[in-house]
Structure formats: structure tokens, C-alpha cells
Ligand binder design. Structure first.
Ligand code: HEM
Length: 373
């Protein structure tokens, strides 16, 4: 049994409709199952006329959209999104090709309080499994990449709680280390996910076949990114652990854009914590007050737990940059930037920042201290 199996059923009973994963997967408000089963064949043939007709056939009346609950609205956006990305991959701007989709995208965005196109969550977590699974290519490597992202969603939702607790605690409090230890368990899912990706998705398949489906599209004069894994909100963890008071122009700009693609409650979390004091800063301040030879045991425990979370974040990022570099190498890449709108160089900066913070925390507990007179 995986962590996902343990956590996902709890999410399903949650009041937040966006966490009711099974219901969203089961929903087919556009009656799109049969049509989307044919999508990989349309994409294989680069059949833009068929894709255009398919999108037009799925566009619902606004009256129907008005009757849907959030769960149905998310499922409808998921299914329209598969055609938006497919049309763009073959060179057509989908909203220009099928203008009647525009008010529907805008209404679905309003009903779900999300951007007016599909996101990584529509494409992975909210995507049905098995025969009804929506895919651009139908290739097993696409299914594996979807699975890799799907497996981290419950853990990141859980990390939101533990990081929220962390933000309310001080490093002298035993709860500080506990919140970090729980966060560490959740973040480990990111490492498992990237290991699974490295084992099951080749950089060339991603670069040459899948990446073009994640291109941005125009919606009412605004460009919206495709359902890229870069939208996976690892920033939810960074924020309270080290990032909220460590400005970095590149990462800050990337986050400002990524946050837009996340769930309303996550955006609220970002807004609530972005001006706060990070766990790394709280620990550094506490340690700077300690001049005695022996540090309080709670502080030592907090430092160790903080270093552990940062090490797991670093491990994810070190492995992730390996596959990203291959997929965006001169030999393979079709695009200079990732599907999240940033270059691989950003990954280097974020890895360095994560590593610097880990080193800072480790060294803080190891620095020589004056012995008592
Ligand atoms: C073939 C597989 C993958 C490649 C080539 C790849 C490539 C990239 C690239 C180039 C970026 C920079 C931003 C951008 O896309 O514009 C990025 C960011 C990111 N990707 Fe991936 N990625 C892959 C798989 C994954 C998976 C499976 C996950 C997580 C489940 C993931 C999570 C992230 C995150 C969280 C970021 C934001 C930067 C960070 O927090 O370090 N990626 N990825």
C-alpha cells in the first residue's frame, strides 16, 4: 500500500470539492469519454479539422454550465483542456479556431475559481484512471508522467497543514520539530515521484513528443501555460521552510506565475505566508541568542528536523535537474524554456538556494561555541 492509498480516501470525504478526487474523476459532464478515447489517434494524424470539430462538439451551453457544481466544472475543464492543448500542439490557437469555447472557459474559471484553462491537476490528479484516462498520445510514458504527478498531490495537500503549523511555532517548541518531521514524510513523495519518472519516462519522449502539448494558449488576450509538472506546488513547502523572507528575483517571478495556476486555498496560503518569517530565519535568530556551550535540546531537534526537510527538497531537485537537463539538451530540445515558462537555469538557482539553506542550518548547529568560564 502506498502513501497515496492511505491519504487519498481521506481527501475524498473532504468538504473542499477540489480534493474530492474520485468524484471529479468519475464525472463526465460533457459526455466526452468516447470522443477523448479517440484523441491519441487524432493527434497521431495531426488531424486539426477533426480536433476542431471535436472541441466544437464538446462545448456546452452556458445554461448547462450554470447548473454544474464545482466537481462537474473541474471535470468539464479537464476534458476541454485536452483539446485545447492538442490543437495548439498542431499549430492552431484553440480559442481562435472555436470562438464559442471562450465564454465557457471564462465561466468554468469563475465557477472553479481557477485560471480559464486546464492545469496540471486537471491533467493528472483529476484525470480518470484505466479505460477513461485522458491522454494526448496514449503512450505508456505519458501515463507514467501523469502517475508521477498524481502520486504527490495528497502529500502536498498534507504538507499544507504541517507547514501552516510550522509557521505558527517557534524553534524552542517541540512541535516545531514535529511539524518538520511530518513535512519531511510528505516531501519524500517528491523524491519517489522523480525516481519513478527517471525510471519510466525517457527525456527524448518528453522533449520530442509530449512537451509540445504543454504549450501556452491565448484566452481573451492573455497567455496561459499548459498543464506542466512545474505547476506542482512544491513552493507550498518552500514558502514557510525557507523562501518567504529570502527574495530571489528569478524564483520569485516564477512563483508569482505558478501561484496563479493553483487552487484557491493554496493561493490563500501563499498570500497569508509570503510576508512571514521562514523556519530557517526563526532558527537562525534563536541560535544567535544561544551563547552557552550546550544548545537547548529542543533547538537541536528543530535544527536536525529542518536540515532533514531541506535535504529531501535538495535530493528531489538534484535528481529532477538531471532529467530536465537531458530533456532540454541541445540535442533534444524543441524549446528553450520549460513548459512552466522558465529555463533549466532556474532549476539550478532553486537547487542552489535549497542547498545554501541546508548548509546554513547544518553549520549553525556545528559552529564552535565559547566554553563556559
Ligand atoms: C520528463 C520529466 C520532467 C522534465 C523534463 C521537467 C523539467 C522541468 C523544467 C525545465 C522546469 C523549469 C520550469 C519550467 O518548466 O518552465 C521544471 C520545474 C519544476 N518541475 Fe519538472 N520536469 C519533469 C518532471 C517533473 C515531475 C514528475 C515533477 C513532480 C512531480 C516535477 C516538478 C517540478 C517542480 C516542482 C518545478 C518547479 C521548480 C522547483 O520547485 O524546483 N517535474 N521542470
Amino acid at each position: 500500500m502506498t502513501l497515496y492509498d492511505l491519504v487519498a480516501p481521506c481527501l475524498d470525504t473532504c468538504a473542499e470539492p477540489r480534493y474530492r478526487i474520485t468524484e471529479i474523476r468519475d464525472a463526465d459532464p460533457l459526455g466526452a469519454d468516447a470522443l477523448l478515447a479517440a484523441l491519441p489517434a487524432m493527434n497521431r494524424d495531426a488531424d486539426v479539422p477533426a480536433l476542431t470539430v471535436a472541441l466544437r462538439a464538446l462545448v456546452p451551453d452556458l445554461d448547462r454550465v450554470a447548473e454544474w457544481c464545482v466537481i462537474e466544472a473541474l471535470a468539464a475543464m479537464r476534458d476541454l483542456g485536452m483539446l485545447l492543448g492538442s490543437l495548439k500542439r498542431h499549430g492552431a490557437q484553440p480559442v481562435a479556431a472555436v470562438p464559442e469555447v471562450l465564454p465557457v472557459l471564462e465561466e468554468l474559471a469563475r465557477r472553479t475559481d481557477m485560471v480559464p484553462r486546464d492545469t496540471v491537476h486537471h491533467y493528472t490528479t483529476w484525470n480518470p484512471l484505466g479505460r477513461r484516462q485522458r491522454m494526448y498520445t496514449g503512450h505508456e510514458m505519458e501515463a507514467h508522467l501523469q502517475e508521477a504527478v498524481r502520486m504527490v498531490f495528497p502529500s502536498l495537500v498534507a504538507a499544507l497543514d504541517t507547514c501552516g503549523q510550522l509557521a505558527r511555532l517557534e524553534p524552542y517548541d517541540p512541535g516545531f520539530a514535529l511539524a518538520l518531521d511530518r513535512t519531511a514524510q510528505h516531501v519524500q513523495a517528491m523524491v519517489d515521484s522523480i525516481d519513478f519518472t527517471i525510471d519510466n519516462v525517457s527525456p527524448s519522449y518528453f522533449a520530442r513528443t509530449l512537451r509540445p502539448y504543454f504549450e501556452e494558449i491565448d484566452v481573451a488576450g492573455h497567455s496561459y501555460l499548459g498543464p506542466a509538472a512545474a505547476q506542482v506546488p512544491l513552493w507550498l513547502v518552500d514558502l514557510t521552510v525557507w523562501q518567504c523572507d529570502r527574495p530571489h528575483p528569478g524564483y520569485d517571478a516564477f512563483l508569482a506565475e505558478s501561484v496563479e495556476y493553483s487552487l484557491p486555498s493554496w493561493r490563500a496560503f501563499h498570500a497569508a505566508h509570503r510576508g512571514g518569517v521562514s523556519a530557517v530565519s526563526k532558527l537562525s535568530a534563536a541560535l544567535s541568542w544561544e551563547t552557552v556551550h550546550r544548545l537547548p535540546p529542543e533547538l537541536v531537534a528543530s535544527a536536525h528536523s529542518l536540515a532533514r526537510v531541506l535535504r529531501i527538497l535538495k535530493t528531489f531537485r538534484a535528481r529532477h535537474i538531471g532529467i530536465a537537463r537531458k530533456a532540454y539538451s541541445d540535442d533534444l530540445r524543441l524549446y528553450d524554456e520549460g513548459s512552466g515558462g522558465a529555463p533549466v537555469a532556474l532549476l539550478r538557482s532553486v537547487l542552489d538556494l535549497t542547498r545554501d539553506n541546508e548548509t546554513l542550518v547544518r553549520q549553525a548547529t556545528q559552529r564552535p561555541r565559547p566554553t563556559a568560564a
